[in-house]
Design a protein around this ligand. Structure first.
Ligand code: 3EB
Length: 332
């Protein structure tokens, strides 16, 4: 057990008029995870599929299969980084930014809903002790579309998440991703980025805000912002798919879904007032439901980015069965 020094606790709370933080550096790197984790400015090393990672609060293996050789995702702060574990929460922070993660096995009783509730309750308790503002959350679990109607695992996850969140974020939800793994491991993985100052949530004018989704999509609407502008001006973009308004578009047509997804990404960048279009300075994760779509989707994304930016393609299941592709990432 460890905790932040008092100096950090009494640091100013998020104040958008105050000078901004330095940007977090996010990149995909092809390097030995242990060597990277040993570098003093590294906040997070995220590996995918069968990656072997050191047992360290900065390191997290996500059981999503990469397409082709998988790089690691590396976050670098201003260093030096301190690490610790408080109960179920593992963290690494440099005073400006904190990477945190929680993994929770789904026990037989409550399953995914109870796991989500518990994880978000723990997260809330941990945050209550710290002057941190959550900017971004990722949620990964197995078999997201299993179960019919309101019994679908994603819908049960959404209900448990809201129960556990309680008043956690007020109305300013972090940007988020929820993607299903295909690894058969019944364990919920939640990780995120918090900062010493608050960010500014951004909505997408092409999409209904998720917390306003109608009942058709489940008893508990998901609560997340379409993107978060960080205190340094970077844009952290939520999982984005071929949804316009609240409706899924282009059923059974992965090419058209990709184009709609890219239009949504461009739209959220514009809404955030991004200085440059998607491309330079973009680091994107592309989730495809079917491995056979990977090459075509990857090529389509590269074309849209004019071969700039960095992309990683992963096999992942989107929370609505008809959706074949989703993209998240950072810009700037
Ligand atoms: C969507 O736009 C697609 O439940 O937190 C994307 C990002 C999606 C986050 C969440 C769900 C979530 O509704 C799915």
């Amino acid at each position: 057990m460890s905790s932040e020094p008092l100096r950090d606790r009494f640091d100013e709370r998020g104040d958008t008029d105050a000078p901004s933080l330095r940007p977090l550096r996010i990149a995909f790197e092809s390097a030995d995870p242990a060597a990277v984790a040993a570098q003093p400015d590294v906040l997070a090393v995220i590996g995918f599929g069968r990656a072997a990672l050191p047992d360290d609060p900065r390191c997290l293996r996500v059981g999503l299969e990469p397409v082709g050789a998988a790089p690691i995702e590396v976050w670098r702060g201003g260093g030096p980084v301190r690490t610790g574990q408080d109960g179920a929460v593992r963290w690494a922070g440099d005073g400006d930014y904190t990477f945190f993660s929680i993994q929770m096995p789904e026990d037989a009783e409550g399953g995914i809903g109870a796991a989500a509730e518990q994880v978000y309750r723990w997260l809330g308790e941990w945050l209550a002790q710290r002057p941190l503002h959550v900017l971004r959350l990722w949620n990964y679990f197995d078999a997201i579309n299993e179960g019919d109607g309101d019994a679908e695992r994603y819908r049960r996850f959404c209900t448990g998440r809201v129960a556990g969140m309680q008043g956690l974020f007020g109305g300013d939800y972090p940007a988020a991703t929820v993607i299903g793994r295909q690894d058969g491991v019944r364990s919920l993985q939640v990780y995120g980025l918090a900062a010493r100052r608050a960010g500014r949530p951004v909505e997408n004018p092409r999409q209904l805000s998720a917390w306003r989704y109608p009942r058709d999509y489940g008893p508990t609407a998901p609560r997340f912002a379409r993107a978060m502008r960080t205190p340094s001006g970077q844009l952290l973009i939520s999982g984005t798919a071929a949804i316009v308004g609240h409706a899924s578009r282009h059923r059974d047509d992965v090419t058209a879904q990709l184009d709609e997804t890219l239009a949504n990404l461009d739209s959220v960048c514009a809404a955030a007032g991004a200085a440059t279009p998607l491309g330079d300075g973009s680091v994107l994760k592309v989730y495809v439901r079917r491995a056979e779509d990977a090459a075509q989707v990857s090529a389509g994304v590269q074309r849209h980015l004019a071969d700039r930016g960095e992309t990683l393609v992963l096999i992942g299941e989107v929370c609505r069965r008809e959706l074949l592709v989703e993209i998240d990432g950072s810009h700037g």
